[in-house]
Design a protein. Structure first.
Length: 431
């Protein structure tokens, strides 16, 4: 039994199969290693197919290049057009001409002007410490009327006028009272008056007057006068008074301030197309009846004034200037770019009364810069579809052009666009 057992054990066949099993196991273990080391073979250069596909890649680059070129041309034509910069004809003329104008004239042959007027006042308090004994006569202005006949009547200086308050006043100067008009309206003249005596009792609101010297004659009821405003300034007693030198300086200061303020108001109201020359404004100051005195040391100074200005239609005035300043003016569409800088002069302007003025004579001087207006529509029509080389020839047909610069896009295009909207014109008018 035991012998057979040992024999059986020696004959176990499984021992013989160990080596193959190990080999198979080894093979299974080694097999992945062989696959891992074999993978780089697939990424070796000789297996890449790029060299075999150069044709398709170059075709893509060619298509891209053609697309870019096409896009460039498309964008170029999208923004195509012509731009012309015009330098208009300009000429300087030396001007020193006399002109006449009529207020509110509707005639095309006559230069017309509009008179603008605006009033205001300025005040100032001046401290005066010195007190003086003063005796001042009241002053005012009256309008004397002649309702007697058509002949003028002379009134000498110091002609006595009897006021409706029972006081006697005298004229400051010699005047001639015009006679009645053809339609039986009385003639009239303004004259300053003063009280026959000093004192506040001659100060008054507006009064009616008779000419004392005509009393008892037929002229007494036909010649009469009326105050133009109040009669003021009469005083007697101790007062604080501004000196004459200081008075002149203060009045001048207030006058300039008032003129500046009124001029600003007028300039804000000038309508389009009209011109007001800097020297065509004049201020009329009314401080004749101001005594510049006070009971206390605070002396009030008040001036009232009216600023008058001459307005002209700029287009009509320019035409008159060109007709008088240029020989053989052909009526071209021209404007004067610096017309506001011309010097306006009117005789006796500072002392004249403009309230009822109907006609004026004035002078304009300076260097006037004439600029020819240019309408580009006609030029655009003549350029549509034309060759670029014909530009200068076409431009020569326009004498109001001094020079011009041309830019056509795209740069290689040698003709103008066919549509007017694609041609832009810029005119370099002087400022």
């Amino acid at each position: 039994m035991s012998k057979n057992l040992l024999q059986d054990m020696k004959k176990v066949k499984y021992v013989k199969d160990v080596e193959p099993i190990v080999k198979r196991t080894t093979e299974r273990i080694e097999r992945p290693e062989s696959r891992i080391f074999s993978r780089p073979k697939f990424s070796e250069p000789e297996f890449i197919e790029e060299d075999n596909n150069k044709g398709p890649r170059y075709s893509l680059w060619l298509v891209a290049l053609i697309s870019i070129v096409f896009l460039f041309f498309a964008v170029s034509f999208l923004f195509s057009g012509a731009k012309i910069t015009i330098n208009p004809k300009i000429k300087d003329i030396s001007l020193n001409q006399n002109f006449s104008a009529v207020k509110d004239s509707n005639s095309s042959d006559v230069l017309s002007f509009d008179l603008v007027a605006i009033s205001g006042e300025e005040n100032k308090i001046v401290q005066v410490d010195e007190e003086k004994d003063l005796s001042v006569k009241a002053e005012g202005t009256v309008v004397v009327y002649n309702n007697f006949n058509s002949s003028f009547q002379t009134l000498d200086i110091d002609t006595r006028l009897e006021g409706s308050n029972g006081k006697i006043y005298k004229t400051k100067e010699k005047v001639k009272v015009p006679g009645m008009t053809s339609d039986d309206k009385p003639g009239s003249v303004e004259v300053g008056i003063y009280g026959s005596e000093a004192g506040e009792e001659y100060n008054s609101e507006p009064l009616d007057f008779k000419i004392f010297g005509f009393k008892g004659s037929s002229k007494y009821d036909k010649f009469y006068a009326r105050s133009k405003g109040a009669i003021t300034g009469g005083i007697v007693g101790k007062f604080h008074q501004i000196s004459n030198t200081e008075k002149v300086a203060i009045v001048s200061e207030l006058e300039n301030t008032l003129k500046t303020k009124l001029l600003e108001k007028i300039n804000d109201q000038i309508p389009d197309g009209f011109i007001l020359f800097q020297d065509a404004v004049f201020i009329s100051i009314n401080n004749e009846n101001q005594s510049f005195v006070s009971k206390n040391n605070q002396v009030p100074v008040n001036i009232k004034g009216t600023l008058y200005g001459f307005l002209f239609n700029e287009e009509k005035l320019t035409k008159k200037i060109l007709e008088s300043g240029i020989e053989d003016y052909d009526g071209s569409n021209v404007y004067i770019s610096n017309i506001h800088d011309l010097i306006f002069f009117i005789e006796n302007g500072e002392n004249a009364s403009f309230k009822d003025i109907k006609n004026i004579d004035f002078n304009l001087s300076g260097t006037a810069k004439m600029v020819w207006n240019f309408d580009g529509d006609s030029l655009i029509e003549n350029l549509l579809g034309k060759k670029k080389k014909d530009f200068n020839e076409i431009l020569s047909q326009y004498p109001n052009i001094e020079s011009a610069d041309l830019v056509i896009k795209p740069a290689w295009k040698n003709s103008f666009p066919d549509k007017s909207k694609d041609i832009k014109i810029i005119v370099n008018y002087p400022q």
